[in-house]
Ligand binder design. Structure first.
Ligand SMILES: Cc1cc2nc3c(=O)[nH]c(=O)nc-3n(C[C@H](O)[C@H](O)[C@H](O)COP(=O)(O)OP(=O)(O)OC[C@H]3O[C@@H](n4cnc5c(N)ncnc54)[C@H](O)[C@@H]3O)c2cc1C
Length: 443
């Protein structure tokens, strides 16, 4: 049976409440648009605990022995991400085919984007930095999406990392409707125009209802692992025709007696040698460390956090592999890419050993979220509209620059789309938008 969620027609239906969906919903709702957010996950209270992380994490295969992780919850993948913020560059704009500088300036004013002062660096980060410097490698601090005012004396706080859930909450405060456990299965198209979506709404333990919702504009922000399939089902051609990139990565770890490691923010500094790979500081929180050891069946080190020194290695892989008609991802790393991993691993081992690390081991290869499957000016126009009128895409599928971290750029893309949609939905324009909250800035 198909139920209509409401007779009301929304201005915009935003599918997915991650980085892009949350930003879009917030920007549109504050401009007085009638916004419906459909999110397949629940509205979990986000905490850095085993049960909380396990409840939201979903892994997808993107190749043989290669998996990527995302989060299914209100706020999407930012409930798991690290908060590293590599800003878009001229190359990013060139590869996207659009300029985001106005939105970058706006987002910088609203978000806590700053390097972490030395007072935030853990003993393990300082040891790593010193060891690398002795060998001629220079760690550079990254900008982080971290509200430092929440970190008393530089203490690590999971809540200090910016998360898209806060934007969903703002959107709802501005009048947006959020329906959780609502998995969109189909875009409704009439006369070549998107008019709504069909979704499965989980109601209670066993019951799922098939519902529809109608909107003047439909935006797919379901994330890079879900959007290609929804578009393929709409008949859009050539999705993922050049494959994808997915920044394969793993960690190299070793024990240093007496290190006295403490909880800290992952990825706050890294070494870029311009050789197609990056060497990151693998310092993290003790909870995340335990999860990594469990996932890698390294029982022996489960309680060795205080003496563990780690580096993360990541390669900037080329576009390749394929996206199947069923939305599945398949990629095999080339010999050159495997060699880059080897080269990076050798440097990591050198730095760890110089710091006195023993018992060196590596974790299994993981992929980042696949990028590059949908291209602006090919699959969508400059305003992110597909060939199907009123159907838009705004999420990680559009990421075109392998060299940057995606979240900040995605926030800017969503801001840009919100301006376009707002302008194209004329009638309720009269009132001005209320001021936005500015997240406390770095101290
Ligand atoms: C472990 C990890 C670490 C990361 N670290 C960083 C970092 O340090 N810096 C950085 O910039 N980025 C990082 N990222 C990547 C970043 O989190 C993502 O690029 C970004 O959040 C993607 O945003 P999105 O809007 O495309 O999708 P998401 O945030 O993934 O949101 C998609 C949402 O859509 C929902 N959804 C999916 N299908 C449906 C459907 N059919 N119906 C309804 N809802 C649906 C999902 O449940 C989800 O909530 C990391 C990611 C992970 C997993």
């Amino acid at each position: 049976m198909t139920d209509r969620v409401t007779d009301r027609e929304y201005d915009v239906i935003v599918v997915g409440s991650g980085t892009c969906g949350a930003t879009l919903a917030r920007e549109l709702a504050r401009r007085h648009k009638k916004v419906l957010i459909l999110e397949q996950g629940q509205d979990h209270t986000l905490r850095e605990t085993f049960s909380s992380m396990a409840a939201v994490t979903k892994e997808y295969s993107v190749g043989k022995d290669l998996k990527a992780a995302t989060a299914v919850t209100v706020g999407g993948s930012t409930s798991l991400y690290f908060g590293v913020c590599k800003l878009p560059t001229a190359e990013t704009y060139a590869s996207l085919g659009i300029d985001l500088s106005a939105e970058v300036a706006e987002a910088k004013r609203e978000l806590p984007v700053a390097e972490l002062p030395d007072q935030f660096l853990s003993p393990q980060s300082l040891v790593l930095r010193k060891s690398a410097a002795e060998l001629g490698y220079k760690f550079k601090k990254n900008l982080m999406l971290v509200d430092q005012s929440k970190c008393d004396s530089g203490r690590y706080e999971y809540d200090a990392r910016w998360k898209a859930k806060s934007y969903v909450e703002e959107a709802v405060d501005f009048g947006a409707t959020l329906i959780t456990q609502a998995a969109v299965t189909r875009v409704l198209i009439e006369d070549g125009r998107a008019v709504g979506v069909e979704y499965k709404h989980k109601q209670g333990f066993m019951r799922t209802k098939l519902c529809t919702a109608r909107g003047k504009r439909i935006v797919l922000s379901t994330g890079a692992l879900a959007t290609p399939k929804l578009l393929i089902d709409c008949g859009i051609k050539n999705i993922g025709d050049r494959g994808f990139f997915c920044k394969p990565a793993y960690m190299v770890c070793g024990t240093v007696p007496g290190l006295q490691a403490t909880d800290t923010f992952v990825g706050n500094q890294d070494i870029e040698l311009g050789k197609g790979f990056s060497l990151g500081d693998g310092a993290m929180s003790s909870l995340l460390f335990k999860l990594v050891m469990l996932a890698n069946l390294k029982w022996r080190y489960l309680f060795s956090f205080s003496k563990m020194l780690s580096m993360g290695i990541l390669i900037y892989d080329s576009m390749g592999g394929e996206v199947g008609k069923d939305g599945s991802f398949r990629k095999q790393l080339t010999a050159a890419e495997l060699q880059k991993l080897q080269d990076a691993e050798q440097i990591a081992i050198e730095i760890l050993k110089n710091a006195g690390a023993r018992n060196i081991f590596r974790t299994k290869l993981m992929a980042g979220i696949p990028g590059g499957t949908i291209r602006i000016k090919e699959h969508v126009d400059e305003n992110l509209q597909t060939d199907i009128s009123h159907l838009y895409v705004c999420d990680h599928s559009l990421m075109s620059d392998v060299m940057i971290t995606p979240t900040f750029t995605l926030i800017c893309l969503a801001k840009r789309l919100a301006k376009h949609l707002s302008a194209s939905l004329q009638p309720s324009q009269a009132r001005s938008a209320p001021a936005l909250k500015v997240v406390a800035r770095a101290s």
